[in-house]
Design a binder for this molecule. Structure first.
Ligand SMILES: Cc1cc2nc3c(=O)[nH]c(=O)nc-3n(C[C@H](O)[C@H](O)[C@H](O)COP(=O)(O)O)c2cc1C
Length: 351
């Protein structure tokens, strides 16, 4: 890519990725789409734009420290990569490159269960880098336990249990395209199928089974797909170390609340008892600042990493994350924050 064409915003990467994937429109739709009328998808983006900031002035912000930590592991900044399935649709080298790009940008990478490369290979592609493994719990408990044990053995620092996919959402783009994603290398081949629709079901656990998972999981456990304070509190009481506020990128229950709109009540309910992650429609460093101000410890991006991967492999992923990091740093400067700890609730205007 020549300098002139180098995108300077995440939105420009999205447009370029669309061009790169023009030959595979069904794959592009799978990445881009949401459920139903895609109202949650759109709202997750505009919810950030509705929030207004109250900057502090006359602070010496000539040096900013973006560093933070998750479960005792130091991180260069609080922007992390959310788990997304099937990176092979964007690039033949798939998750290996996404992980490498995230690592080069100092970002924690979360590997989806629905990966085209085994988790051990990703660990080798980015040795020593902070990474988590996202679990779609297989029906079979032995298979489930095996995945959990493999993740811990391969150095994944936390297990992220996704709980908002008891059944796939109504992805109308995929239905029109007759597109079904390959379930990748981690799930057993005999996952149950809905007899009416033929859709592969990846069941999530109920609260009783969560207690079992907690008992066999030796690494921190994060529950992903929470949108209510009562569910968040229950997860913490069940021994979860982290709560990931998400509506699955608008791909599950259409008109579900935007994650950032659920964040304040969940932050109030959870307090310091668990690590809080928020995702959904994060496209600017200013969004990250708002998420941190409203109580998140980490802010995650899903689709943007896929766009970077489609445009320029690992370098594209790295660049996307660096754009967000640099925008966050500038937003901190202009809001009068020298460190992540100084990004406090009062920075966001109350409606
Ligand atoms: C193409 C695609 C695949 C996804 N696959 C998974 C997955 O395998 N596991 C999971 O927990 N979440 C999955 N998600 C949801 C993301 O982890 C994340 O919650 C969401 O993408 C955040 O919104 P954003 O894409 O607007 O940043 C997926 C999202 C997309 C767009």
């Amino acid at each position: 890519m020549n300098d002139q064409a180098t995108p300077i915003t995440v939105a420009e990467y999205e447009a370029l990725a669309g061009e790169r994937m023009a030959a595979t429109p069904a794959a592009w739709d799978y990445y881009a789409g949401g459920a139903g009328d895609e109202l949650s998808l759109a709202d997750s983006r505009t919810a950030w734009n509705r929030l207004r900031l109250r900057p502090r002035v006359m602070v010496d912000i000539s040096r900013r420290d973006l560093s933070t930590a998750a479960f005792g592991v130091p991180l260069a900044h609080p922007i992390i990569v959310a788990p997304t399935a099937a990176h092979n649709l964007a690039h033949a080298d798939a998750e290996r490159l996404t992980a490498a790009g995230a690592t080069a940008a100092g970002a924690l990478f979360t590997l989806s269960t629905i990966s085209s490369a085994p988790m051990e290979e990703i660990a080798v592609a980015a040795p020593g880098a902070p990474r988590w493994f996202q679990l779609y719990a297989p029906d079979d408990r032995d298979a489930c336990r095996a995945l959990v044990e493999r993740a811990a053995a391969a150095g994944y620092g936390a297990l992220v249990l996704t709980v908002d996919l008891p059944y796939p959402g109504n992805r109308e783009r995929d239905r029109r395209n007759d597109f079904a994603v390959d379930l990748g290398v981690h799930l057993p081949a005999d996952q149950p199928v809905d007899p009416e629709t033929g859709v592969v079901i990846v069941p999530t656990m109920d609260w009783d089974e969560l207690a079992w998972l907690r008992s066999i999981c030796t690494i921190p456990l994060v529950v992903k797909g929470i949108l209510r304070a009562d569910d968040a509190a229950r997860a913490v009481e069940a021994g979860c170390d982290g709560v990931w506020i998400s509506n699955h990128g608008g791909r599950q229950l259409d008109t579900a609340i935007a994650p950032v709109d659920a964040l304040p009540e969940i932050a109030a309910a959870v307090g310091d008892r668990a690590l809080l992650v928020v995702d959904g429609g994060v496209r600017r460093g200013i969004d990250v600042l708002k998420g941190l101000a409203l109580g998140a410890d980490l802010v995650a991006v899903g689709r943007p990493a896929l766009w970077g991967l489609a445009v320029d492999g690992a370098a594209g992923v790295q660049r996307i994350l660096e754009i967000l990091r640099d925008e966050l740093s500038l937003a901190m400067a202009l809001a009068g924050c020298r460190s992540i700890g100084e990004i406090t609730r009062d920075l966001v205007a109350r409606p």
